[in-house]
Design a protein around this ligand. Structure first.
Ligand SMILES: Nc1nc2c(ncn2[C@@H]2O[C@H](COP(=O)(O)OP(=O)(O)OP(=O)(O)O)[C@@H](O)[C@H]2O)c(=O)[nH]1
Length: 484
């Protein structure tokens, strides 16, 4: 090696494709290690005094060099022309830096693993597509970093170099595909721009295909074309997704701003990695890892916000479907659901179930005489009063134009009759006020009670309706008699 290497400084020697052989003359006053990057190599060997030495288990290819004067023969079979960044370090420095490195990487893998487990547990309860895609993306990119950083070589023998390299190529393709699928979902490119989403996904599949091609034709001359397709395809896709995040952010798509910031952090780290190639070892080595950790946390926040938003929208829609918009109490649908719960509760606990059925008297006449807004005010007032007289757990609803029901569990018949009395007194004659005008309104009320709950809700309502009808008939007869 026609170069003097000083401790921790990386050599600029380039490998040529095929077999490269170097003789290293070492004269060290302390034990050290000689290391270089593993990627791009088919095979390597290190011979001292004709004896082949095994590398120390480490992320990079690392050989121990003894104190004193000796020479070694280094043979490397390289896939292509590149600089494997040869360097030597005193043994103590190497041990310290590899401990720091393993600590940082361990933290990173721990975070990724926790995120993945967390998402897997959550996704069993929350069936959200973005959540599943996020989990797949984290899994793929963590595998990619694990294979790239070489921690596997701490546990796996060096002769599996080729298999690890193939897995590394596959992890690149799968990371690109999972990232594209996830981004299209969270940025709503799928729904807002289905054609663009199709183009992105096709591009990502082309990248995956070029990775698979490289795996198959690794040492063939056309492998370079596949490598270029893979690199430029990935670059184009990253730029396109970055632009879509910005575009969707401008269009005020929820979470797009957060996703854009997360992507920017990774992009900045990539730029730093290139610009600060030799000036800042820490940024150069860990910038991308830290950026990815921050990115994955920000994306986790984006996914959880999205889930929260969807759950809220679903709850709101569910509530709206069950609520009468005019009176702000349950509608017929909402009543059916709540009544079913109350009926089940009564079946288990054996209380009395009581239903009050209220129908406004001559409501059509009220509408026709004073206008619909007066009719509406009367309906709202009835709903407000009825709600105020019942408990939270009771079912109070408007089930038709001027028909209301209240269903509740009671401990005794006495309680039901007392409640009926209260309601009857009020609905016999009550006044509503609108624009300083007062209108007199009345409503008929019927009730039914059950110690054994009817089979169906319809039967329950029919009993209430019949009782109300009877009450209304008696009332009309009384009014008729009084007017004669
Ligand atoms: N203002 C208003 N009127 C409504 C609403 N929904 C239904 N109505 C009216 O309520 C009236 C109900 O009329 P009917 O079923 O004949 O009942 P009624 O006039 O009270 O007669 P009786 O029940 O026999 O006393 C109809 O004229 C409907 O147009 C509403 O949301 N607001």
């Amino acid at each position: 090696m026609a170069e003097v290497l000083t401790a921790a400084e990386k050599s600029s020697i380039k490998l040529t494709p095929g077999l490269n052989q170097f003789t290293l003359r070492c004269d060290l006053n302390q034990p050290g290690v000689f290391s270089f990057q593993r990627h791009g190599l088919n095979r390597f060997s290190w011979q001292q005094a004709g004896i082949t030495q095994s590398p120390i288990p480490s992320g990079e290819v690392t050989f121990q060099i003894d104190q004193g004067e000796f020479s070694a023969l280094l043979s490397i079979d390289s896939k292509f022309a590149h600089n494997p960044r040869f360097q030597w370090q005193p043994l103590t420095d190497f041990m310290l830096s590899s401990q720091k490195h393993n600590l940082i990487m361990g933290l990173f893998y721990g975070l990724s693993f926790t995120l993945m487990l967390y998402v897997l547990i959550i996704s069993r309860k929350v069936p959200d597509k973005a959540l599943k895609l996020y989990s797949a993306y984290i899994f793929c990119i963590t595998s990619f970093i694990l294979l790239q950083e070489g921690q596997l070589f701490l546990y796996i023998a060096s002769h599996l170099l080729r298999e690890i390299h193939l897995a590394y190529l596959l992890s690149i393709g799968l990371t690109v595909v999972s990232a594209t699928w996830f981004m299209c979902e969270i940025l709503k490119v799928n729904t807002d721009f289905p054609r663009t989403s199709l183009i992105f996904k096709t591009m990502s599949l082309i990248v995956l295909f070029s990775c698979l091609l490289r795996m198959v034709i690794e040492n063939h001359p056309s492998a370079t074309a596949a490598a270029m397709l893979m690199s430029y395809g990935t670059l184009a896709l990253v730029a396109a997704i970055f632009a879509s995040a910005l575009w969707q952010w401008q269009r005020r798509v929820s979470e797009a701003g957060l996703v854009f910031c997360a992507l920017s952090i990774v992009l900045i780290s990539m730029i730093f990695r290139i610009v600060l190639l030799d000036s800042n070892i820490f940024v150069q080595r860990y910038g991308f890892i830290i950026a990815f950790a921050v990115e994955s946390l920000m994306l986790a926040i984006a996914v959880s916000r999205r889930i929260g938003r969807i759950a809220m929208a679903k709850e709101r829609a569910e509530n709206e479907a069950n609520i009468d918009m005019l009176c702000n109490i349950l509608n017929r649908r909402g009543f059916s659901l709540k009544a079913q719960h109350l009926m089940d509760y009564q079946r288990q606990n054996g209380d009395l179930l009581g239903i009050f059925y209220i129908d406004v008297d001559s409501f059509k006449q009220l509408n026709d005489t004073y206008g619909h807004h007066v009719g509406d005010t009367a309906l709202k007032e009835i709903a407000r009063y009825l709600q105020s007289q019942m408990r939270m757990e009771d079912a109070v609803a408007r089930i038709g134009g001027d028909e209301f029901v209240a269903l509740a569990c009671f401990r005794s018949q006495h309680e039901i009759v007392a409640k009926l009395d209260e309601l009857q007194k009020h609905f016999q004659q009550f006044t509503i006020s609108l624009h300083q005008q007062h209108f007199s309104v009345s409503a008929s009320i019927g009730y039914a009670m059950f110690s054994t709950v009817p089979e169906t809700l319809e039967a329950l309502l029919a009993a209430g309706d019949a009782a109300m009808y009877q009450a209304k008939s008696q009332r009309k007869a009384l009014v008729l008699a009084n007017t004669r």
